[in-house]
Design a protein around this ligand. Structure first.
Ligand code: ADP
Ligand code: SF4
Length: 691
């Protein structure tokens, strides 16, 4: 069944004292669950193990209260109290059939210690390196601090062994680790034996690896995760320094895990980097050590994975995002079910969970983060209790996922779509610059639906209330999406702006439908703050329009700080020649432009424009839903027992939310507890009996 080209991916790999059963390696990745939701995390990792990954790792685990990265929610191994939660996760990974890895981390000057209130520590006296500019400085570590750090790391290693982890990481990557700050010339200005030459800057890493080896004593494998280049020119760690480093320490760990630059670089979104974009930095490093190496690259294509191994770039195919989008990716390749792979679209909604301190979510895999609290599984779903017919109106992300999951439950499903194509907003937005990979949301679902004999798809079928009331379905689900507002209502204006002249007002829907500004000067008023304002600015500037982006926020596409895209978006928009006006709102619209207002002082200014593109807010396309609710008295005659709205038609949100909403509808249809609020399973901290 398996394509022999991919046999190489299923060869076992020896990692020190343990053996990975194949080359699929879920590298450590955050989950937004950590110490708050350990059972949810255990269930999520178990499913990855079931899906065929040979190694499944935790996210970073803080080894001490001086490495407290509050408000982020990661795991902790501060003391013995943390052991039961870690054991639950480790046991779940083992139950699923994988080796369990733990990423021990001391974040050094990336930890503001907001919870513990300890003074942060680092190689030098420098402000903490956090995203939030916390007004806290790290103090340069003394020799006594270094002794302490080595002891804390050893303690964490011992606890990890007690828990039963097979692979123990030392973390020096992503610009988030104390050990990396020691390695980096940018942060390390010490004059003692821990600063200066590379050998000195690497001393602490060497000592920690040696301590780990001693403590582990062959009972687990040791991994070392490093940033191969900080991408800071000669100011930071360069690729050639990394080559020298591996020359010095290459044989100390049992496995090298290579990452690139900061987290923003390593987890680059598909808008800014293709699959395997790390390759040029990682190629050639494997030859410098006899130990196996793992690296990432948002790998979803088994051909790319096999090539990485064949060309001697990697021994193990590392994945965070591809394992989130499809926890069963290895099994699908093993079984020759390539077309069933739910490919990551590279949107970083998963990362946004961590940044918003909420459980991980995924655009492609609505079950991600819901394994424990809702009992969802990425591949299976409970069969229906009784037969029923379901009409799904609208084939955007919500309708497609609802139809797919209802089809999987065995319902007789009709999916009606007004336009000629499936996909709704996902199909339209995938035609915008840099968003092509988003079409995978449609492709995966279309591929699944076309194979289901119990699902019929009707394109170019706009349904009105009377059509539905005449057809007669047991259940009707309205997934008719939303439309962008033209009237400027959003966060800044909660009432419509009344234009004072006949200026052209366009919406993102117009632009996506191919309408273009009439004149040369365009103002984009972005009061939405996710990606679309920035993408449309890029598109129109590329088409030759003179574009100004006006936003009341401090940044272009401000929310993309949560998807690690903020800086790249700003750079791209600036390079496209877009004039950026932050902290300003479009206050009034005149016949030949707009009056803007500074959000702080209220000072007004005028900007000439031929066209204004309103990227402010959306309205649900819920007329059909409202009409059907109004006609409830006619339902019995049409044998309709329920009508529900889902996705953007219920409340406009992200594509990830729409997919999730489709899945939720399908999960809950016909369930006995549907009438009751669905219980969200969650863990509540046990009270301290001694307090
Ligand atoms: P969501 O994100 O909630 O899935 P989208 O806006 O992406 O919503 O998709 C809504 C889809 O519904 C679009 O493809 C649109 O063409 C379709 N649609 C809207 N109204 C109707 C209707 N009355 N009958 C059939 N399809 C409809
Ligand atoms: Fe990939 Fe987006 Fe899912 Fe993250 S949320 S795994 S980037 S599809």
């Amino acid at each position: 069944m398996r394509d022999p080209r991919f046999d190489i991916l299923f060869e076992p790999v020896r990692i020190g004292p343990v053996t990975a059963k194949n080359r699929f390696f879920q590298v450590p990745h955050c989950s937004g669950m950590g110490y708050r939701d350990p059972s949810a995390e255990a269930a999520m990792r178990r499913i990855k193990a079931e899906g065929g990954w040979a190694v499944v790792c935790t996210e970073q685990v803080e080894i001490h209260s001086t490495s407290d990265i509050t408000p982020f929610i990661e795991l902790r191994i501060w003391d013995d109290q943390d052991v039961p939660a870690l054991a639950r996760i480790c046991d779940a990974i083992h139950d699923g059939g994988a080796l369990a890895g733990i990423e021990l981390a001391h974040n050094g000057m990336n930890s503001p210690n907001l919870y513990s209130r300890e003074a942060p520590i680092g190689p030098s006296h420098l402000p903490v390196a956090t995203w939030t500019y916390d007004p806290v400085q790290a103090r340069a570590m003394t020799k006594a601090d270094i002794v302490d750090l080595r002891r804390w790391h050893r303690d964490a290693v011992r606890r990890s062994l007690d828990v039963g982890f097979d692979l123990i990481y030392t973390y020096a990557g992503h610009g988030l680790s104390g050990l990396q700050y020691f390695l980096s010339r940018r942060y390390n200005d010490r004059s003692d034996e821990y600063g200066g030459s590379l050998e000195n800057r690497a001393r602490l890493l060497r000592e920690i690896l040696q301590d780990t080896r001693e403590e582990v004593d062959g009972a687990a494998a040791i991994a070392c995760r490093i940033t191969v280049a900080e991408l800071l020119t000669e100011d930071g760690i360069t690729r050639s320094e990394t080559e020298d480093l591996i020359g010095m320490l290459g044989e100390l760990p049992d496995l090298w895990d290579f990452v690139l630059g900061s987290w923003e670089d390593d987890s680059i979104t598909s808008r800014f980097g293709p699959e395997a974009s790390q390759e040029q930095y990682v190629r050639g490093l494997k030859g410098l050590t006899s130990k196996p190496v793992v690296g990432v690259g948002r790998f979803t294509s088994p051909d790319t994975m096999a090539r990485q191994v064949r060309e001697g770039i990697l021994d193990l195919i590392g994945a965070a995002r591809p394992s989130i989008a499809d926890p069963f990716l290895p099994s699908k390749i093993a079984d020759g079910r390539i077309e069933d792979i739910r490919e990551c679209i590279g949107c970083n909604i998963c990362v946004s969970g961590d940044f918003t301190m909420s459980p991980i979510r995924c655009t492609q895999n609505p079950a991600m983060g819901e394994e424990y609290r809702r009992g969802w599984h990425p591949e299976t779903i409970k069969p229906r209790h009784r037969d029923a017919t379901v009409l799904v109106v609208g084939a955007g992300p919500a309708g497609l996922e609802a139809a797919r999951a209802l089809g999987q439950r065995g319902y007789a499903v009709a999916l009606a779509e007004a336009s000629r194509q499936l996909g709704g907003r996902a199909a339209s937005e995938a035609r915008l610059p840099g968003l092509q990979a988003w079409h995978r949301v449609v492709e995966y679902r279309e591929q699944q639906l076309r194979r289901m004999a119990n699902v019929d798809i009707y394109l170019q079928s706009r349904f009105e209330a009377d059509d539905i009331l005449e057809h007669g379905f047991d259940h009707v689900v309205i997934a008719t999406g939303s439309r962008w507002r033209r009237d400027g209502v959003g966060r800044w204006h909660t009432k419509p702006i009344l234009p004072e002249g006949h200026v052209q007002l366009l919406t993102p829907d117009d632009i996506m439908a191919g309408v273009r500004p009439r004149g040369g000067q365009v103002i984009i008023f972005d009061d939405d703050h996710y990606y679309l304002g920035g993408v449309l600015a890029e598109l129109l500037a590329g088409d030759g329009f003179q574009v100004r982006l006006v936003t009341p926020a401090a940044h272009v596409s401000a929310w993309t700080a949560n998807t690690l895209e903020l800086a790249r978006i700003r750079k791209r928009v600036m390079e496209a020649g877009v004039n950026v006006e932050v902290n300003r709102a479009v206050q009034r619209i005149t016949a030949n432009g707009v009056v803007t207002r500074c959000v702080f002082t209220g000072a007004e200014g005028f900007m000439a424009a031929d066209t204004i593109v309103m990227v402010t807010a959306r309205l649900p396309e819920d007329a059909l839903f409202t009409e059907l609710i109004a006609q409830q008295s006619r339902w019995p005659a049409a044998s309709i027992s329920s009508v529900r709205a889902i996705g953007d038609a219920w409340a406009p949100a992200t594509i990830a939310s729409a997919v999730w909403s489709g899945r939720r509808y399908a999960e809950e249809l016909g369930e006995p507890n549907l009438a009751k609020p669905v219980v969200l399973r969650r863990e509540v901290s046990a009270l301290d009996p001694t307090a």
